[in-house]
Unconditional design. Structure first.
Length: 67
């Protein structure tokens, strides 16, 4: 999997979007990590406040989504 990255210097975050998301939009999210927090945002509306979750919650979500 390749990933596209974008920086948010004001927050010190580096956003990553999977190459599987495609360039045409649709149902895409971007993810950025910091110690103790995983940030998730809608790639179509990056001006909205991202969702912040604990790494364990993110891992559980990813595991469930992969089923």
């Amino acid at each position: 999997m390749n990933a596209e990255t974008k920086r948010s210097p004001e927050l010190g975050l580096v956003w990553v979007k999977s190459s599987y998301s495609g360039a045409e939009g649709g149902q895409c999210i971007e993810v950025a990590t910091r110690p103790g927090t995983v940030h998730v945002r809608d790639s179509k509306d990056t001006t909205r406040t991202p969702l912040a979750v604990a790494p364990t919650a993110w891992t559980t979500f990813v595991h469930f989504a992969a089923l």
